[in-house]
Design a protein around this ligand. Sequence first.
Ligand SMILES: [Zn+2]
Length: 123
Amino acid sequence: MKLCKKCFENKPEVDFYKRKSGTLDGLYSYCIPCTKQNQKEYRQTEVYKKGNTVRVRRWQQKHKKKHGILNRKSQRCFAKKMTNSYIIKRIKGRYNTLNSEQIKQYPELIEATRMNLKIKRLL
Ligand SMILES: [Zn+2]
C-alpha cells in the first residue's frame, strides 16, 4: 500500500502510475485518479491554454512548409468545386497529348468530364 500525497488515502501500488526515476519505489506520489485530476486542472489553466495555441501554431507552420497541409486542404476544395481548371487538369492527366489551350476549345469535353466525375462521385 502507498499513501497518495494529494487525497491522503492509502491505496494499492496498482493505483499509482509507474515512474522511471526520481522515486525509491518507482511510483508517482499521487494516485492515478489524482494524477488525472491534476492534468485536468492543469489543462484548464491559462498558461497551458496559451502554451497550447502556441504549440499548435508552431506545429502548423512547421508542417505547412514541410507537407503543404494548407495546400492539400485548398486542393480538396478546388476538386470539390470542379472548376474548369480542375477539369482541364484531369483531362490533361488522361490525354497527355492535349494542352490546356486545346482542351478549352472543346467545352463539350470539359462538360462531359465534369458529368462523368459527378456520376463517379455519386456512386
Ligand atoms: Zn489520490
